[in-house]
Ligand binder design. Structure first.
Ligand code: ATP
Length: 288
């Protein structure tokens, strides 16, 4: 048997880092939402307990280092599954970009194998398991729009933002999330108004959502990669309603309501940056 599953990217509407915990993780408060830019995954049941992963992307490993592979191995081990799977991964989400591509692949494999192997686990059970793979995996299992607290694994669903265009631009640099968190200094942090963003989502107030976009990691990545600030400036110049770096970067996204302005930002950025995408905000949760 074979199934196809989509693994959508996320952006952060708000990302706050509170402090470093005893266990080495950072305590965070983030609002994430899925966008209509997805990796595609084909899962084929194998009779032996072998896990095989195929991906054509040169920066994505094909073995146990791949988060999608780890998701399958974790399910096998935890539930004593005596079956295997071939995972064919078609990457569309830019890699090491701050868009949770790897985490979303892992979450999609958890959801897909739950069906393929008939494990009958609930989404909260899959999300809890996903947290063992990475802090963003729990959110990606649920998808949609949510507040993520703890180290990112405590998920509270929120209403999706009002529909709009999202223009994404990724400079050629790749960013290591660990490096960015490594430079986090609590005394130099500007905290975004996460509660205000929650309220704006409940009120479906697009202007307030734009006004409150904020990311405590942005100044750190910007210092390491000045391209981030340059892209932000260009997006504003071409008429974005609001602009922010996603996750630990380096991808920058612009929110824009009018299609003509979206087009202007997209065209303007393409001469400046080699990876530019235009997508719709998605924000709807996974049902299974
Ligand atoms: P986040 O926003 O959660 O910090 P990211 O978008 O910055 O994630 P990823 O695209 O997930 O970063 O990739 C980070 C690293 O993880 C890459 O360098 C890559 O080698 C490795 N990796 C492992 N599995 C995957 C996968 N399925 N897709 C992409 N990268 C993967």
């Amino acid at each position: 048997m074979k199934i196809f599953i989509k693994a959508p990217a996320k952006i952060n509407l708000s990302l706050d880092v509170l402090h470093k915990r005893q266990d080495g993780f950072h305590e965070v408060k983030m609002i994430m939402t899925t966008i209509d830019l997805s990796d595609r995954i084909e899962l084929t049941d194998l009779p032996s307990n072998r896990i095989q992963l195929v991906s054509q992307h040169r920066f994505v490993p094909n073995d146990h280092r791949n988060l999608a592979y780890r998701a399958a191995a974790l399910l096998q081990e935890t539930y004593n599954v005596n079956r295997g799977v071939k995972i064919a991964l078609q990457k569309r989400i830019p890699v090491a970009a701050g868009l949770a591509g790897g985490s979303s692949d892992a979450a999609a494999v958890l959801r897909g194998l739950n069906r393929l192997w008939d494990l009958r686990l609930s989404l909260p059970e899959l999300a809890k398991l996903g947290a063992q793979i990475g802090s963003d995996v729990s959110f990606c299992v649920h998808g949609g729009t949510a507040l993520a607290t703890g180290r990112g694994e405590v998920i509270t669903p929120l209403p999706p933002p009002p529909s709009c265009w999202v223009v994404l631009a990724k400079p050629t640099v790749g960013v290591s999330t660990a490096d960015v968190y490594g430079q986090f200094n609590v005394n130099q942090t500007i905290h975004p108004d996460v509660e205000g963003m929650v309220d704006a989502l409940y009120r479906q107030d697009y202007h307030q959502i734009c006004a409150l976009l904020g990311n405590a990691l942005e100044p750190i990545t910007m210092k390491l990669h000045p391209e981030v600030a340059q892209i932000k400036e260009q997006m504003h110049r071409f008429g974005a309603d609001a602009v922010l770096m996603s996750g630990s970067g380096p991808t920058v996204f612009a929110l824009v309501h009018h299609e003509s302005r979206m087009q202007r930002i997209y065209n303007g950025l393409r001469g400046f940056c080699d990876q530019v995408y235009t997508v719709r905000m998605d924000g709807e949760p996974n049902m299974s």
